[in-house]
Design a protein around this ligand. Structure first.
Ligand SMILES: [Zn+2]
Ligand SMILES: [Zn+2]
Ligand SMILES: [Zn+2]
Length: 335
């Protein structure tokens, strides 16, 4: 009996370092199950310190895209689990029980459900705030759910740049959110840091994009030990006044515009009218980065035509074989 106990004890001693090592790896990027498929009780523990949760990865239109009859979107009929929500990150501080959204998307309802599935206590009015990148439909129209017809919130902080703020102030139905004080605009200035609390900071950076209704920003998010860059929309990397290679080096995670995989992806449409850095272009531009830097890149904001949405595609494997990541819904990254 004693020997059996001794053997068990020795085995436990041997295995302990592996268990600890495995846990510390999980801490950086945890893949949570999509709550649509797994009961809430099965969702694993989320970090005790501030973290980012990926709530969506698709371009403004979502995946599937309305009226698409092609194989890309037909796949979602046979495999509903392959559907993807519009790109959105949540910033969560379990210590202060606060949570913010980066962009309010057309998939706002489902994304709030996903947020709730993370089971964070909520101190303030449901959301502590929403940061908006720009006035294209995938990035702000979710605000409609804050209004009288739905949540009827009280002064939820909406952080917006000057043109974005005046767009919301001067156009219905958004203006009603302000009149009824469902939202309270918080002015953002380019490269001016907003301190959310003693652990979290957010800084907007202007980026070149089709600015019909508002300017466009990306966000840098800084936690106590790690930081992230979120640029869901930009025309081309070389048009930015900052060097994307240097910016990747400054952060731990870089969520970058990867709307299209390659030129010619949308047949019959002049793609220069809707410029984005093609993944192929980014792979070339980032090719000389050390493996450590490549691993920070999480491509995001995929058009329904982008083959990386299919994890069995050649394109998906090429991206990951080269050491980059395709952003995953319900992934969690500690800050
Ligand atoms: Zn977009
Ligand atoms: Zn499609
Ligand atoms: Zn856009």
């Amino acid at each position: 009996m004693f020997y059996r106990f001794l053997l068990f004890f020795l085995l436990l001693m041997l295995l302990t370092p592996f268990v600890i090592h495995k846990n510390s790896e999980i801490d950086t990027t945890v893949q949570l199950p999509n709550e649509n498929s797994i009961p809430t009780s099965k969702i694993p523990m989320t970090p005790k310190t501030p973290y980012i949760a990926v709530l969506g990865i698709a371009q403004d239109a979502g995946f599937p895209q309305a009226a698409c009859q092609k194989a890309c979107c037909k796949r979602t009929v046979e495999q509903p689990e392959s559907k993807r929500l519009v790109s959105c990150l949540a910033l969560i501080d379990p210590i202060s029980q606060q949570r913010w959204l980066l962009d309010a998307t057309p998939d706002f309802r489902e994304q709030l459900q996903r947020l709730d599935s993370l089971q964070v206590g909520v101190k303030e009015e449901y959301l502590s705030g929403i940061f908006l990148t720009h006035a294209h439909i995938g990035h702000y129209t979710g605000l409609m759910h804050l209004g009288r017809e739905v949540m009827g919130t009280k002064e939820v902080k909406v952080y917006a740049m000057p043109r974005m703020s005046s767009f919301l102030t001067n156009n219905a139905p958004w203006s009603q959110l302000l009149i009824l004080q469902n939202i309270a605009l918080q002015p953002l200035e380019n490269e001016e840091t907003v301190v959310l609390n003693e652990r979290l900071k957010v800084t907007p950076y202007l980026v070149p994009h089709r600015d019909e209704f508002s300017e466009t920003v990306g966000f840098k998010i800084e936690g106590t030990s790690k930081s992230a860059l979120f640029i869901p929309d930009i025309d081309k990397w070389h048009l930015w006044n900052r060097d994307i290679l240097k910016e990747i080096k400054k952060v731990d995670y870089a969520f970058l515009d990867a709307t299209f995989y390659a030129n010619g992806e949308i047949a019959g449409r002049d793609m220069s009218e809707i410029p984005h850095p093609f993944i192929e272009e980014s792979l070339t531009l980032f090719a000389d980065l050390p493996a450590k830097e490549k691993a920070k890149v999480h491509f995001i904001h995929f058009n329904h035509t982008n083959p990386v949405l299919d994890e069995s595609s050649e394109a998906y494997h090429r991206v990951s074989d080269l050491g980059f990541k395709v952003a995953k819904e319900m992934a969690v990254m500690e800050l």
